[in-house]
Write a new protein. Structure first.
Length: 127
């Protein structure tokens, strides 16, 4: 399970970074260049434009925390991963879902990462 979780975390971090990069580019197109890393960090934490990514950030943190335990609780991991799967499911009432799907449609590399992520999720849930 540890190897599967490490693979999942790696995929999630790559997706998260890609989404942050896309949101940063969008923000800078509207508001000008972000001047430094501190300003960027504050925007990611506090600005409404980045708010939609917080649900994914929280799930990544939960999975990472569980993966660090000596005795991994498979049921807890499966519950968290099921929540991740739900977050990624198309839902017209969910801002994350709408923005994530838009990003997937407009970024081939992100689409490929998403396909690998869905396989990793399936692999963990079927374990």
């Amino acid at each position: 399970m540890k190897i599967k979780l490490n693979n999942l975390i790696r995929l999630l971090l790559n997706i998260h970074k890609s989404l942050l990069d896309l949101e940063k580019a969008s923000y800078e197109a509207k508001n000008g260049v972000i001047s430094n890393n501190q300003e960027y960090f504050n925007l990611v934490i506090n600005h409404e434009d980045f708010k939609w990514l917080r649900a994914l950030s929280e799930i990544i943190a939960l999975i990472d925390e569980e993966s660090e335990r000596n005795n991994i609780d498979n049921k807890k991991i499966k519950d968290i991963v099921a929540g991740l799967s739900q977050l990624l499911t198309e839902d017209k009432d969910n801002e994350f879902s709408l923005r994530y799907l838009f990003a997937l449609e407009n970024n081939r590399d992100l689409f490929k990462l998403d396909e690998a992520l869905k396989e990793a999720i399936k692999d963990i849930l079927n374990d």
